[in-house]
Design a protein around this ligand. Structure first.
Ligand code: FAD
Length: 403
């Protein structure tokens, strides 16, 4: 048959199932998810902590039966027999496939230090993680966030808004060191600090201490002690490559795929956070852990399966909400660029444009400035050189700088 079996009912897998039906793919589609909820949006998990706003399903539950998509929830795929084209499930059943799509996402990394199993130390990936964390974060609670990445800084902002005492502990010399420019890191650090969050940099966790089973302290390598009764560890996520490896699929920092999501094994594809992928407009391979990238890969995989054209890749982009800052970021940062600040209508609104020596823009980071974001994304994709003085001049309408 032409059966498509998708392992992982997350954003990438569920989007692919829907797109295949939209493109009139008539053969059986099975979507296997080990979580108990139908596919849902993860971004709200670190941005809201109340059940009604946090749980946002990708599609209404009836979408799957309505579209003849077999959705298996609470079921884990445990083995793949490549020669027999068969996936084994932990409920004792199996499914046969013509095309297998691995969309298993990633698992939050833990810090490998003593005491990390203590109650009160959590990571954040699923609805149940968020429910547990949300119910713990009330005014008066002391929270230490390990890792100043996007998830950590978003949780820090929500917790602080609820009156929680928050300390962010970052190993590098600035928050968001891997994913944001120095200028954005500086601005966000100030923004959080002004709202009462302590941000400690150059600080590596050595140990967690507990008394009577309850967490009390984070101890840093330099001996500093930080009292806390809850810890969120936000130090990145490791791609779930085990099944891919078992199939003989090449992996290196993620499942290696081509521009449409094909692996080196015929009939086996991979999409989403689990992959390391090429991008039409960029050299190299990237693990782009974002919704836009997951959706784009689903679109290209659907096209490859149906034999249609998925179009060209979109400039990578991403968003984050911290307090009342709506951050939108496009492109990828490069070394040796110059940062041009474009002031917005209020102090909480700005655009940071990262310009190469040839005056083209490789990345733009914006806060509360959708116009700068849209224009920046276009400058990046079209490779338009711009005059930095005009870019920095808020009086010059940004659209005048586009071709
Ligand atoms: P996932 O959504 O992780 O789905 C993978 C699924 O596969 C999981 O449900 C997992 O349980 C299941 N699975 C794994 N192995 C098996 C198996 N063997 N059998 C069955 N099922 C299996 N991105 C943005 O662009 N903007 C944001 O603001 C943003 N905020 C985020 C906030 C948080 C707290 C988190 C965790 C992520 C955020 N992201 C954000 C990233 C975004 O959510 C991910 O890029 C996206 O969910 C990736 O989709 P995916 O389908 O590849 O993986």
């Amino acid at each position: 048959s032409d059966s498509v079996v998708i392992i992982g009912a997350g954003h990438a897998g569920a989007t692919l199932a829907g797109l295949l039906r939209q493109q009139k793919w008539a053969a059986p589609i099975t979507l296997i998810g080990e979580e108990s909820h139908p596919p849902y949006h993860r971004p709200p998990l670190s941005k809201k902590f109340t059940d009604d706003t946090m749980v946002q399903l990708l599609k209404p539950a009836h979408f799957y039966p309505d579209n003849d998509i077999e959705l298996l929830l609470g079921v884990r795929a445990t083995a793949v027999d490549v020669a027999a084209r068969r996936v084994g499930l932990d409920n004792g059943e199996h499914r046969d496939f013509a095309t297998l799509v691995i969309a298993t996402g990633a698992t939050p990394r833990m810090v490998p230090v003593p005491g990390a199993e203590a109650a009160g130390i959590s990571t954040l990936r699923t609805i149940s993680d968020a429910q547990r964390l949300g119910s713990a974060l009330d005014a008066g609670v002391t929270l230490a966030v390990i890792g100043g990445g996007y998830v950590g800084m978003e949780v820090a902002a929500v917790a602080r808004s609820r009156g929680v005492d928050v300390t962010v502990i970052e190993r590098e010399d600035r928050i968001l060191a891997r994913v944001a420019s120095a200028e954005l890191s500086r601005r966000l650090t100030e923004y959080h600090a002004a709202r009462g969050t302590r941000v400690v940099v150059n600080c590596t966790v050595a140990e967690f201490l507990a008394a009577d089973g309850a967490l009390t302290t984070v101890v840093a390598q330099d001996g500093t002690s930080i009292a806390c009764d809850h810890v969120l560890v936000g130090v990145g996520a490791v791609p779930n490559v085990e099944l891919a490896q078992q199939c003989g699929v090449a992996c290196d920092g993620g499942v290696l795929v081509d521009r449409a999501g094909r692996t080196n094994v015929p009939g086996i594809m991979a999409i989403g956070d689990v992959t390391r992928r090429p991008h039409d407009a960029l050299d190299g391979l990237y693990r782009l852990e974002s919704i836009p990238s997951a959706v784009e890969q689903a679109k290209h995989a659907a096209a490859a399966i149906c034999g249609t054209d998925g179009g060209v890749h979109e400039t990578p982009w991403f968003w984050s909400d911290q307090f009342d800052l709506k951050l939108k970021i496009a492109g990828l940062l490069e070394a040796g660029t110059r940062t041009i600040v474009r002031a917005g209508e209020s102090p909480e609104s700005f655009g940071l444009f990262h310009q190469r020596l040839d005056r083209t823009v490789c990345a733009v980071e914006t806060a509360n400035s959708p116009k700068d974001f849209m224009a920046g994304k276009k400058l990046i994709s079209e490779g338009v050189p711009v005059d930095p003085d005009l870019l920095a001049d808020a009086e010059v309408p940004i659209r005048d700088l586009l071709r």
